[in-house]
Ligand binder design. Structure first.
Ligand SMILES: [Zn+2]
Length: 355
């Protein structure tokens, strides 16, 4: 068995991401054997040493909104993102990629996927320039909606994605949307939505949509009563602030701040593949999250411990014994500007060093 000791650096240890000034992380094969203060870890004879002086070790990032087919998987992994959730891509390509990404020698992040985005004829994203044919799937009736969800669940979907984008075309009616949510929940899946427009957001709340795949896409302030409704319904937001620009981003950040102050849950996601985010831990996203009120450790939590918990990934998301050795060494130190989290020096996926 191959054992590696990463020594001399700081680390955010355990499910609480406790900052430890001088930590030792032991990796054996694909798993973490120990992660604690250096004085509490016995390094076995013959272990390989990696010097992490000057770095902070943290769990690999989970990006809960990507389109991996538009990015380079090795660049994403090298940038510190060890797991991604793809939110709409043609079935022909995404399910084989998801299967390939489960192999130990795969050179990118592990890919979880939604499959197709459910919409209506002429709705988003059927004519979107970024989306290859079959990225979206048009639903005409509630029974077609049920069939689509069942098919995707059978193919291995980890979530169901719907389009509620009233900017570019018609959207799913309440009946179809209800059928989607009901069928998804019966299959143990959440439903996430691309939501543009306050009226679409209210429709989403009426049918019990679980998640926003972006902060509200329209440049509208979400009224406090709606924010409270979202929080009490446990609606989760994947903000993707890096795909908003200018005033739109300011409004999205203000909406996020209000949601966080009301006690809302977010998990980190960038919409990688679309205009804006960079492969790996994204500077614009991290910077915007900081402006919405999160500190560096909160941001790490949203992309690691909390994301793993939310997605039901019990085998990763923290530096703790027995978990998958998905690790990133960054130049950020607790208290420093969050954007330093994107200064990635070393990356391990399942115990294998890839950078
Ligand atoms: Zn997207």
């Amino acid at each position: 068995m191959a054992t590696t000791a990463i020594v001399g650096g700081r680390a955010l240890v355990g499910p609480q991401l406790v900052p430890v000034a001088r930590a030792t992380i032991l990796i054996r094969d694909d798993a973490i054997l120990a992660a604690a203060a250096a004085s509490d870890v016995d390094v076995p004879d013959g272990a390989a040493h990696v010097d992490a002086t000057g770095f902070t070790l943290m769990p690999g990032f989970i990006d809960s909104h990507v389109h991996i087919g538009l990015a380079s998987p090795p660049e994403v992994l090298g940038g510190g993102v060890t797991t991604v959730r793809d939110l709409a891509w043609p079935p022909r390509d995404i399910w084989s990629l998801a299967a390939e990404s489960k192999q130990d020698d795969w050179g990118g992040p592990e890919v979880l996927a939604a499959g197709q985005m459910l919409t209506v004829p002429d709705g988003y994203p059927l004519r979107a320039s970024w989306a290859p044919r079959n990225t979206g799937r048009a639903i005409r009736t509630a029974s077609e909606a049920r069939e689509a969800v069942d098919e995707q669940a059978d193919a291995g979907a980890c979530v169901v994605k719907v389009a509620l984008n009233d900017l570019v075309g018609p959207t799913l009616d309440a009946g179809s949307l209800e059928a989607i949510v009901e069928t998804a929940h019966a299959r143990g899946l959440r439903v996430t939505g691309h939501v543009h427009g306050l009226s679409e957001l209210h429709k989403a709340l009426d049918v019990g949509l679980d998640e926003l795949a972006h902060m509200l896409m329209s440049p509208e302030q979400i009224p406090p009563a709606t924010i409270n409704r979202m929080v009490s319904a446990s609606m989760t937001i994947v903000p993707t602030l890096s795909c908003f620009f200018g005033t739109d981003q300011t409004i999205a950040i203000d909406n996020l701040r209000a949601f966080l102050e009301a006690g809302g849950r977010i998990v980190y996601g960038t919409d990688l593949g679309n205009e804006g985010p960079r492969p790996g831990i994204d500077p614009r996203e991290v910077d915007a999250l900081e402006r919405a009120g999160l500190d560096g450790v909160d941001i790490v939590a949203s992309a690691t411990t909390r994301a793993a918990d939310y997605l039901g990934l019990t085998d990763r998301g923290a530096l703790a014994p027995g978990l998958s050795a998905d690790l990133v060494a960054v130049l950020w130190a607790p208290g420093a500007a969050a954007v330093e989290l994107t200064q990635v020096g070393m990356v391990w996926r399942r115990g294998r060093r890839v950078r």
